[in-house]
Design a protein around this ligand. Structure first.
Ligand SMILES: Nc1nc2c(ncn2[C@@H]2O[C@H](COP(=O)(O)OP(=O)(O)OP(=O)(O)O)[C@@H](O)[C@H]2O)c(=O)[nH]1
Ligand SMILES: [Mg+2]
Length: 204
């Protein structure tokens, strides 16, 4: 896909602030500090458009970006940061699943996991939620630059086993290894986004 423009639209703290209009959206989900904002910046080739942080767990806002004046990226709050009070953690779950469940314009959810670790309990919960609600989604295992080829292969196998523990039928090719540092996986993620946008435009 040819990228002609990318701009930050707004941070929304409540549903009433979600942007209006029939514009398809791609959501970026994952635990706090996993690399959601870095993935967005690296896909767009713009440093600092989505804010990255070394202090995880701060934002509860949904951040909307308009791409090519045609579709949106939505950077969702990260989950699972241990030092956050239970009440806030609960409201995060509601914010995220509220958005996923209600947003008619959502065409693809990109679930980002850490390529170095087995998915957490919350990762598994989110994955099961996406599957149960028949949401079109893509798993991206990021920070792949921190592993050797061999370690990466093993780790992707572990991630597959954990996420698809009920269906050990070799679906590892559905996980995209990614690095915001080297650009590994960038083309595959763009292809998935392009396909989701195309499907969304099919007339009924
Ligand atoms: N080596 C390496 N570091 C990465 C990669 N992606 C993200 N990081 C680093 O991981 C840290 C967290 O990245 P963010 O993009 O801010 O993560 P996030 O998921 O948006 O975090 P929150 O918004 O706080 O939930 C930063 O220090 C990034 O530089 C990657 O592919 N490789
Ligand atoms: Mg972020």
């Amino acid at each position: 896909m040819k990228l002609s423009s990318a701009e930050f639209i707004k941070s929304a703290f409540a549903e009433a602030q979600w942007p209006r209009g029939d514009v398809p959206e791609v959501a970026f989900l994952g635990r706090s500090n996993v690399g959601k904002s870095s993935l967005i910046n690296s896909l767009l080739g713009v440093k600092g458009l989505a804010r990255t942080s070394s202090t995880p767990g701060r934002t509860q806002a949904l951040n909307f970006f308009l791409i090519n004046e045609r579709f949106r990226f939505v950077d969702l709050p990260g989950y699972g940061y241990a030092r956050v009070p239970e009440s806030i953690r609960r409201s995060w779950g509601e914010i995220v699943t509220g958005y996923l469940a209600k947003r008619g314009a959502l065409v693809l959810s990109i679930h980002i996991v850490d390529s170095r670790h087995a998915p957490t309990k919350l990762d598994v919960q989110l994955h099961e939620w996406l599957v149960a609600h028949a949401k079109s989604h893509l798993i991206v295992a990021t920070k792949a630059d921190k592993l050797s080829q061999n370690e990466l292969r093993q780790s992707l196998g572990r991630i597959t086993q954990t996420l698809w523990r009920d269906r050990p039928d070799g679906r590892s090719n559905e996980i995209v290894a990614y690095s915001a540092v080297t650009g590994l996986g960038r083309d595959r993620v763009w292809r998935a986004i392009g396909a989701a946008l195309t499907v969304s435009q099919t007339p009924f």
